[in-house]
Design a protein around this ligand. Structure first.
Ligand SMILES: Nc1ncnc2c1ncn2[C@@H]1O[C@H](COP(=O)(O)OP(=O)(O)OP(=O)(O)O)[C@@H](O)[C@H]1O
Ligand SMILES: [Mg+2]
Length: 267
C-alpha cells in the first residue's frame, strides 16, 4: 500500500528524506499489495532499519497488528527478523525491524541448489517458525517472500503475525504453508490440488515428510514444527537413497559370492 496523501488517496512511495515518525526514509527496498518496505534511518537510536508502512484498514486489524508486533519485539531468535518498534501515523501503521542484507527465499529459489543446501535453509526457517509458535504467535501466511536469506548465511522469517486474520490460521496451517514452499523448492513447482507427486521427490523419506506436512487433515500433520524439523534433519544426515540401494546391492553381491565360494570349496 502506498503512502496516503491528505485526501486519503494512495500516492507514490515516499521520497528519500521524508519522515515517518522518527524514521527518515533512505530508499525503497520492496513493496507488495499491503505495504512498502523502506531502508530508513532511526534518528533517535542512530541506526538503519527496515520500515514497513501499511494502511490501517480497520481498528481491529490495527489492534491485532500492534499486539503481535509487540509480541514479536519480545522475541529474540536468530531465525526471526527482529522487530524494534511499531507505530501509527495518520491512516498508516508502521513496523521498524532489522534490515536484512540479502535476498528473499523466492529469489534464492530461482537458482538451483543442492538438496543439502535446500534442507539447510529450510531447517533454519523451520527453527524460526518453531520459536514464533513457542511464543504463541503464528505467521498466518508463510511464503517465500517473507523469508530472508541473509548474505551472512542466516535465514530469517519475517512478517510473523502481520497477515490478515484468517479463521484457519494456526501453527499447523503454518506447517502446511512451510511444506508447500519446501515442496516447490525441491520439485520446482508448488503442490497442486492439495496433493503431491511422490515420484517427483527424492529421497523417499523427504517425500513422506512432505506428504505429512501437506496432509489435508491438520491432525495428520506433524505435532509441531520441531517434529517436522527433526524429520528434515534426519533426511539431511541419512545416506542418500542411491547409496542405500548401492549398499544393499553390494551386500547381496557379496552374499552370492560367499555362497558360490562355499559351494566350490565343498565340491
Ligand atoms: N526486514 C527486511 N529487511 C530487508 N528487506 C526486507 C525486509 N522486509 C521486507 N523486505 C523486502 O521488502 C519486500 C516486500 O516485503 P513485504 O512484506 O511488504 O511484501 P510481501 O512479503 O511480498 O507481501 P506481504 O505484504 O503479504 O508480506 C520483500 O520481498 C523483501 O524484498
Ligand atoms: Mg512480507
Amino acid at each position: 500500500m502506498r503512502a496516503l496523501d491528505p485526501d486519503g488517496v494512495l500516492g507514490e512511495p515516499r521520497e528519500r528524506g521524508a519522515t515517518v515518525g522518527r524514521y527518515e526514509i533512505e530508499r525503497v527496498v520492496g513493496e507488495s499489495a499491503t505495504g512498502v518496505v523502506y531502508e530508513a534511518r532511526d534518528a533517535e537510536l542512530k541506526r538503519t532499519v527496515a520500515l514497513k508502512v501499511m494502511a490501517r484498514t480497520s481498528p481491529e486489524l490495527a489492534e491485532r497488528f500492534s499486539r503481535d508486533a509487540q509480541a514479536m519485539a519480545r522475541l529474540d531468535h536468530h531465525n526471526l527478523v527482529s522487530v524494534f518498534d511499531v507505530g501509527a501515523v495518520g491512516g498508516e501503521a508502521y513496523v521498524a525491524m532489522e534490515l536484512v542484507r540479502g535476498r528473499t527465499l523466492r529469489q534464492w529459489m530461482a537458482t538451483p541448489h543442492a538438496r543439502p543446501e535446500v534442507l539447510g535453509v529450510f531447517l533454519q526457517a523451520c527453527a524460526g517458525l518453531a520459536a514464533a509458535h513457542d511464543a504463541g504467535l503464528v505467521h498466518g501466511n508463510f511464503k517465500p517472500e517473507d523469508v530472508l536469506v541473509g548474505d551472512d548465511g542466516v535465514v530469517r522469517v519475517g512478517d510473523v503475525g502481520l497477515a490478515s486474520p484468517d479463521m484457519l490460521a494456526g501453527p499447523r496451517a503454518d506447517q502446511y504453508c512451510f511444506a508447500a514452499v519446501l515442496y516447490e523448492a525441491v520439485t520446482g513447482a508448488p503442490p497442486s490440488h492439495n496433493s503431491i507427486d511422490p515420484a517427483a521427490v527424492r529421497p523417499r523419506r523427504l517425500a513422506r515428510a512432505l506428504a505429512r506436512g501437506l496432509a489435508p487433515d491438520p491432525d495428520q500433520r506433524f505435532a509441531d514444527m520441531r517434529a517436522f524439523g527433526g524429520e528434515l534433519h534426519a533426511v539431511l544426515t541419512a545416506p542418500a537413497d542411491r547409496f542405500v540401494r548401492l549398499g544393499r546391492a553390494s551386500l547381496l553381491g557379496f552374499a552370492a559370492l560367499v555362497i558360490v565360494v562355499v559351494r566350490v570349496a565343498c565340491c
